[in-house]
Design a protein around this ligand. Structure first.
Ligand SMILES: NC(=O)c1ccc[n+]([C@@H]2O[C@H](COP(=O)([O-])OP(=O)(O)OC[C@H]3O[C@@H](n4cnc5c(N)ncnc54)[C@H](OP(=O)(O)O)[C@@H]3O)[C@@H](O)[C@H]2O)c1
Length: 223
């Protein structure tokens, strides 16, 4: 691995995966500067991290911040929080695509994004369809290095309470022992593992596009 220092930009740094990711990469000596694009103020005590409060509807205004090596996109919302399908799509499709365009314009080497298990443009479920659409659009952009992570149910401590996810988390802990063979991709995965896998693959300097399923993400980490 080269000793040359890298720079990164993170979208979604305040989320379950995003927070874990920032913890991991801010301790990585490889990075000399990490820009965090957020919509509200946050406290980060690391001199390599710089927080920028931005209006995500006007990401193009922050194009200069995309002059980095790696862009990590951990953005996402839920239909419940977004209230409308249109608002959901804005966060889960439009913002990531705009970020990828800015990344490409600025010569970013590696773009990493959290999608979801079941992402499929032909899905009858809106959520999976939007995830499939964002993946497809990203693949068509021909980015030098594109890494798409498709975790199953995310495990970890959220600031907010999500009943559906809590029930699924409990069920998953009971059913973990039968999650083998073809069921492996459905096994819940800790947000920290997803973050670690993203950070690891960004250091691998792989070219082209790749998709990682949940059980593959699991294998990409040491913990
Ligand atoms: N939950 C699961 O079980 C699951 C499973 C598979 C895949 N995923 C996907 O994994 C990704 C990350 O999930 P997560 O649970 O870590 O997400 P999360 O905790 O909900 O965090 C989402 C991030 O997106 C930001 N965000 C949301 N709405 C925004 C808006 N309108 N403008 C700007 N920023 C906005 C949030 O900022 P604020 O903190 O300011 O709200 C936060 O930083 C998502 O794409 C999700 O769909 C989730």
């Amino acid at each position: 691995m080269s000793n040359q220092k890298k720079t990164a930009l993170v979208l979604g740094a305040t989320g379950l995966i995003g927070k874990e990711l920032v913890k991991i990469i801010s301790e990585n000596e490889q990075y000399e500067k990490i820009h965090l694009l957020v919509r509200r103020s946050i406290e980060i005590n690391n001199e390599r991290c710089k927080t920028h409060i931005v209006n995500f509807d006007e990401l193009h205004k922050y194009s200069a911040l995309f002059q980095v090596d790696d862009v990590y996109c951990c953005l996402g919302t839920t239909i419940k929080k977004a209230k409308t399908k249109e608002a959901f799509r804005r966060v889960d499709y439009e913002y990531p695509i705009e970020a990828a365009k800015l990344a490409k314009d600025n010569g970013v080497e590696t773009f990493l994004i959290v999608s979801a298990m079941g992402a499929d443009v032909n899905s009858r479920f809106f959520y999976n369809r939007v995830k499939g659409e964002v993946e497809d659009s990203l693949k068509k952009m021909d980015l030098p290095s594109l890494h798409i992570f498709r975790p199953s149910l995310l495990l970890g401590n959220r600031d907010e309470f999500r009943l559906g996810e809590k029930i699924a988390e409990k069920a998953s802990s009971f059913l973990n022992f039968i999650m083998i063979g073809p069921l492996l991709p459905y096994k819940g995965i800790h947000a920290q593992k997803v973050a670690e896998a993203m950070a690891n693959i960004a250091q691998a300097n792989k070219r082209g596009a790749a998709i990682y399923l949940s059980h593959e993400i699991d294998k990409m980490t040491t913990n």
